[in-house]
Ligand binder design. Structure first.
Ligand SMILES: [Zn+2]
Length: 387
């Protein structure tokens, strides 16, 4: 197959051997049909001076988008795309070998402008950065890449070979060799020298059981490294720090943050609602500049559900205002919503709890307290003889 014999061939003239509808059997091809994470090549066929999109669908059968009644056709490969894929594919071999040495297990590869490798294994951020650094070094050294075929029975003679034999049905196996670094069973199309990759950058690393690395090559990788360094220096210089201190600095910040959050939780737990009696109803209210919302919400609901109570509170931090009411007093929700609308706020909620946000939470709670108390006296006051 020409795409193996000469992966750098950008166009070729071939014979049409057989035709079935829009499918042609060709004498040879430069179009890779896809496989091993490398997508199929795109190309055009030229026949009678007209151009048709063409795709290799396997075993030299090609799908041509249009009429094609020529004995001979010229295939022109979408070379820019293919070359990116060849380089990315070889970069993936180079990089992943380093991760495999650390116990990574390949899951799925998707090669593209930004390529993705999904894998498993106990791989740390340091391992990823180390593998990236080593990959860049091999690219700089310009290691040679060669391919050869071996028989299935010869596989045991290559203990270094990365292969999933159970996934391969063919008797002959193609091996891609990166000089002094890697042997891998692969059907993909590769470059001849790592220097063609130019540069390599991991742009994303997702931890977890199923890990994912995303990488770019060439100009994109160069730009990424440049940008990363620029952003990093900006962050350092703005804080008058140097690189050696940044990790410590962030750890301290995180520790401080954790302490503050704990203090906030404790304060929220300790906070007490004020209480006033309006008619037969207990009115509980509270304004806090800062609070752990969930804790206050739980408290409010607890009071409302177990007493003849309407509970309202505001938190200054994000101007949140909430009301929880005993289901005996559904009118409290209406009063709350009315005031919210009047003060240009937004909100809603299920059951006997409503939350919203306004411009001034403190003022809102003061207002709401007055309104609710008046209404409570009207509906459930002593003069109505309910108590
Ligand atoms: Zn491969």
């Amino acid at each position: 197959m020409l795409y193996y014999e000469n992966p750098y061939l950008k166009s070729v003239e071939v014979e049409v051997k057989e035709k079935k509808g829009n499918k042609c059997l060709l004498s040879d091809t430069i179009l890779y049909p896809g496989g091993g994470g490398q997508p199929p090549d795109e190309g055009i066929a030229i026949c009678n001076g007209k151009e048709y999109p063409i795709k290799h669908i396997g075993s030299l059968w090609h799908e041509i988008d249009g009429e094609c009644n020529c004995k001979k056709i010229k295939i022109i490969l979408n070379w820019d795309r293919r070359y990116l894929l060849m380089r990315s594919h070889t970069a993936e071999h180079t990089f992943f070998r380093f991760l495999e040495n650390k116990g990574a297990k390949m899951g799925k590869i998707a090669l593209d402008e930004v390529s993705s490798i999904i894998f498993q294994g106990d791989i740390s951020i340091e391992d990823i950065l180390d593998a990236e650094e080593k990959t860049r070094k091999l690219i700089k050294e310009g290691r040679k890449v060669t391919t050869f075929w071996i028989e299935r029975e010869d596989v045991p003679n290559y203990p270094e070979l990365r292969i999933k034999l159970e996934r391969i049905r063919d008797e002959r196996i193609r091996v891609v060799k990166i000089e002094g670094h890697d042997l891998s069973a692969c059907k993909g199309v590769h470059i001849a020298n790592l220097s063609e990759i130019e540069d390599f950058a991991v742009v994303h690393f997702r931890m977890g059981r199923k890990k994912e690395v995303k990488f770019v090559i060439g100009e994109k990788a160069r730009n990424y490294h440049y940008r990363a360094s620029k952003e990093m220096r900006k962050l350092l210089w703005q804080r008058n720090l140097d690189m050696e201190k940044i990790e410590n600095y962030i750890e301290n910040l995180e520790e401080e943050n954790e302490k503050m959050r704990k203090a906030l939780r404790d304060a929220s737990k300790d906070s007490k609602f004020n209480m006033e009696i309006c008619g037969e109803i207990e009115l509980h209210y509270l304004f806090l500049p800062y609070a752990e919302r969930k804790i206050i919400q739980r408290k409010a609901l607890d009071i409302a559900n177990h007493n003849n109570a309407i509970v309202m509170y505001g938190i200054g931090e994000n101007n949140v205002v909430c009301i929880a009411y005993n289901p005996l007093y559904p009118w409290a929700r209406e009063e709350y919503m009315k005031l919210l609308k009047k003060m240009n706020g937004k909100g809603g909620g299920k059951g006997n709890f409503v939350s919203g946000s306004v411009e001034d939470a403190k003022k809102f709670i003061e207002e709401l307290k007055k309104i609710i108390c008046e209404k409570a006296l009207q509906l459930h006051g002593d003069e109505n003889g309910h108590s």
